[in-house]
Design a protein around this ligand. Sequence first.
Ligand code: MSP
Length: 511
Amino acid sequence: MSRTFYITTPIYYPNAEPHIGHCYTTIAADAIARYHRLAGDDTFFLTGTDEHGIKMVKTAEAAGMSPAELADRVVSVFQQVWKELDITHDDFIRTTSDRHKQAVGRIVQRLLANGDIYLGSYQGWYDEGQEEFVTETEARTNEFKSPINGRPLVRYSEPTYFFRLSKYVPRILEHLEKNPDFVQPASRRNEVLSKLRAGVEDLSISRATLKWGIQMPNDPQHVLYVWIDALSNYVTALGLGSDDQARFDKYWPVNVHLIGKEILWFHSVYWPAMLLSLGVALPQRIFAHGWWTAEGRKMSKTAGNFIDMQKIRDLCALHGVDALRYYLLRAAPFGADLDWTDADFAKSFAELANVLGNCLNRTLKMVGRYRGGQLPAAGELQDIDRTLLARMDALAGHLAGAYERLELQQCALLPLELARAANGYIDSTAPFSLAKDPAQASRLDTVLNLSAQAIYRTMVGLLPILPHKAAEGLRQLGVDPSGQALQHLMTASLAPGHRLGEGQPLFPRQV
Ligand code: MSP
């Protein structure tokens, strides 16, 4: 029976074009979704855009257009980029779509009916970049500037509806304490716990001064403040609050909300509080990954170290999308902060070429030269063969564990380490010398067979990370992976007599 697997990315603000940060989260989610699909899980992968709020209004104004025009324009850029990067999302939710707006209206009705929303007045410091009020203490600590982007906080005072966040804090605390995997990584979970223990105020959820948003169903003078609107996307996309909730019933609770670390608080506190009020099950896991800097500094256009789409497109045109995916996912343990350097990118590409490409190429060449492209059966095994076989057999289990724990760096490195081991095996067994001695024919058969099995397993293991290159590698090995389950591919071996294809460099060096 197939399990379901639901994974989401944040919905991105379309007030500026995507950059490496958005690509990182989305590629990470894509690799995880691809793994689960291959593993036979009924998988649903959601991404989208968060289109309301002050920031959109301001950016649109400065560009001389309406927020809706700005949203349409930038959303189509996001969609185009996901196509270029071969992202396999199953749905793309826009917060300006009717399905979302209607469902949010019904969700807010339910919060109102529960008595969890009341009218009050708010006076406070507002971080326009983050679209949130910050407490007096936080404002003072950060010298009345946004801790995220350094811009001055703005003083706001207005009537606003509040959500009774504080009412749910004890239950959220208890949930966090009892479920160590609910918020990951652990260091970030601890930050959330201490902030929660320090006390939390009710949440201002509406603006009377803003038109660009979803109207409060009970009071058309107010539009919803973005976080309630935005967070709801994870369930409105599944049909909660609509007439067809089949998807919701099937996929909720979500397996993984993948987000960047700066929005962990909203996801691990506001969102569970809303769900508790709605009587809906809590997410299984919220995983906050780290932030990219570039060449050792915060990315900035003026500093010239901004990794924008132009740069990403150029790299993909030269080295292929898979080289980008590999670099991003192997750069640091998933969850840690990361630093882009051109030198590291080049190193990671060289690793693909020298370890993976080389292992495939030399194996195909040897089988071609010594056995006419037909895989010989293995003969009697020696210790060195058994060691390599044991590594091959262990890969599927290790990968499953790494994907389960979201150790994406390991998901990229584990198969590569098998190819490295296969290269070492070829070096040690020296098939080119064996080929010179007819008495060693059976030994050569064994070495050729095992080398081919190892690179085959490596390619299968890399399918979620390098969807193109791994599939191409498999084709060169005479295997068509399409439509096949990982379980089958991982446990299958290339049969004796199997015809291998032509070797072509998988990662041609660019000059
Ligand atoms: N709209 C909100 C999210 C609402 S989710 C219900 C938002 N949008 S955003 O456009 O600012 O995107 C933030 C996300 O982009 C981060 O959580 C992260 O996934 C990604 N990144 C943006 N810059 C990043 C880096 N420099 N490094 C890594 N990822 C970062 O917040």
